[in-house]
Design a protein around this ligand. Sequence first.
Ligand SMILES: Cc1ncc(COP(=O)(O)O)c(C=O)c1O
Length: 420
Amino acid sequence: METSSARGRAFAAQKPTFLNVLGDLWDPQSNPNGVVNLGLAENTLMHAEMTEFINTDLQIDAHALTYGDGFSGSHRLKKAICQFVNRCFSPWTVLCPFDLAITSGVSNALECCAWALADAGDHILVGRPYFNAFKTIFGTRPGIELVEITFGTTDPFSMAAVDEYERAYAEAKANGLHVKALLLCSPHNPLGRCYSEDVLKKYMKFCSRNGLHLISDEIYALSIWENPRISDATGFKSILSLNIKEFMDPSMVHVVWGLSKDFGSTGLRIGCLISPCNRLLLEAVEGISLYNFPSSVADQIASSLLVDEKFLEQYVSTNRDRLAESYQFATDFLGSHSIPYVECNAAFFIWMNLGAAMKDRTATDKDILTRLRDTKVYIAPGTVYAAEQSGWFRMVFAHPPHVLQEGLSRMIRAIESERL
Ligand SMILES: Cc1ncc(COP(=O)(O)O)c(C=O)c1O
């Protein structure tokens, strides 16, 4: 007798492999033989400040034990997010609580876009490499497929890259695909860079010409930092800060953000979908809000945090300093071991070429991954991000030096016997 449905079995086969890592995390005292996690996109650099804020400055009231003000976030949190976004994202038009919905993390906010902007079998455009879960978020339940854009030697953040979207879109259309949206991620996971204002404007014109929605994932908005080696690097600019109606129909522009990355709090599960000119989209999100309902306790934590301007200012600037220091530490290490990497100035990632550091140039990503697994360090291979070339891996550097030291030493041990 079958103990589950066909789709149940299909879901079971998609269980993320990193879940095994989480069950055996390295700790110098309690689990020295565990796995050092430099793979999952988490920032632990500010955990002490964040837990102190929650444990000292916060009083949870009985409202947190209820369904709150409905399933798409409390009035208080919606107001707090508006205050925060109006201050930190400099929107062209001041944001008000009716312009957004709160969800249980940004993955859920993106899935809401998938459900409400496209139908099963439709496609969205996304440039390579991209955050691996986009495929799951858009595909697994809503049934939306990705059209991956390949850039070759073109810089994915350049004006010329937009032409590659144009080409891919024309080809998709010629093949009878229904393309509904373009998904941008700025600051970018995994490349750690931002799109310039001019490039964003070109993307908006492209969307306008072709009747596409523009979904802007800005989850790393505040996690930008100084990299002295690229002092002219493009900083973060929210799509909301531009005069959108000059370039495209504002009802087609949607932004997602949340606490997971900029506040090192993936476990709070607070995200939001901001769509100031598309009431129908937000109503559709209300329609499925039972599936995306944030915890009322997390809602209260976020509500207090996002209006505490003194704490925020201190937090954001210390976070940036620590990210810059950790990046420096990790890239010094890579430099001293002649491992090529791409410089960046945002988010938590270093895109590095472990394949190029191997003596055996025929070693596949799978071979390298097996070695990393043997020395118990988790670093994700570029293949999961649809990298265009093999050999590339994404390392998360947003951890204190002792964690990086342990993880990177294990990484070197993993590739050592095969080094040049
Ligand atoms: C670009 C991007 N978007 C969305 C998410 C999902 O965030 P959340 O944990 O809030 O669901 C991540 C997490 O890694 C991410 O990197």
